[in-house]
Design a protein around this ligand. Structure first.
Ligand code: ZN
Length: 270
């Protein structure tokens, strides 16, 4: 599943090819993905210039004068910039043709992605209640400490709550908690201030590294075939239950606190 680093890498990959271009036509090969595809993509966007390619959480926004096209990659989506006459393959659901003869193509085999519209001056409901971006200055230990006050739920739940911070999925939550030495099942309201600072720092480091590594795959956005390779990072705990901790050698444990299973080191994480 594309996580925040993959979405940010996608944004960086397509931005130089779409920003400043005028949309000639949008070809939609189906009426819906996860939700109905916004009609404005085909009816309103053509003729307008794309003035920016932004990211908010895991949503990509292509800004035009009267609104923004919102793209979500879902479980299996990807975007490519291709020559305008490239024949569509299976699961190529939407093409945005640009005035330089190329097109931006959305490919999504599982169709959990989305193609929506946000009129200028409004905020789409999906974007309305999101917490801070993890790599922004607004996300730090003090913010986490305030968000945690009085919470008895496990800290891992809180870290994956999009109102607390956006874009920290299961993999990155498990890895950040390991790096910060915090047990994923610990009650959020019972974590000391200094540990929140470490956790915020760990989230920023891990996501930042993944984005940096993604930079090496940017050329793929102009390739006609293949999916962008997701970043192979050395994972310390995610997917490693029963294996030895890379830091201390203890056997990593799996646990489930009513949400998705998580893996942690019983010795390194308290
Ligand atoms: Zn350990």
């Amino acid at each position: 599943m594309p996580e925040l680093p993959e979405v940010e890498t996608t944004r960086r990959g397509i931005a130089p090819h779409v920003v400043g271009r005028r949309v000639r036509e949008a070809v939609l090969r189906r009426a819906d993905l996860r939700w109905p595809i916004a009609r404005e993509i085909a009816d309103e966007l053509p003729g307008q210039e794309i003035t920016a390619a932004r990211r908010r959480a895991k949503y990509l926004l292509l800004d035009a004068e009267t609104g923004s096209a919102i793209v979500h990659l879902g479980m299996s989506g990807s975007l490519r910039v291709l020559p305008g006459d490239t024949p569509p393959r299976a699961h190529d659901h939407a093409d945005i043709h640009l005035d330089d003869g190329r097109l931006l193509r959305l490919h999504d085999p599982r169709r959990f992605g989305a193609l929506l519209w946000q009129p200028s001056g409004t905020l789409h409901p999906l974007l309305a209640h999101l917490g801070p971006e993890p790599l922004s200055d607004g996300f730090d230990g003090a913010w986490l400490a305030r968000a945690a006050a009085g919470r008895s739920a496990p800290v891992k739940h809180m870290l994956m709550d999009q109102r607390v911070v956006v874009g920290v999925g299961n993999i990155y939550a498990a890895e950040a908690l390991f790096r910060a030495g915090i047990h994923p099942g610990r009650a959020a309201g019972r974590i000391a201030a200094a540990r929140w600072e470490r956790l915020a720092g760990a989230v920023k480091d891990i996501l930042g590294q993944a984005i940096t590594r993604g930079g090496t795959t940017l050329r793929d956005f102009l390739a006609p075939d293949g999916a962008p390779g997701y970043f192979v990072q050395e994972l310390m705990v995610y997917g490693r239950a029963g294996q030895p901790c890379r830091a201390c050698g203890a056997t990593l444990r799996a646990a489930d606190w009513g949400q998705r299973a998580t893996v942690y080191c019983p010795r390194c994480q308290r």
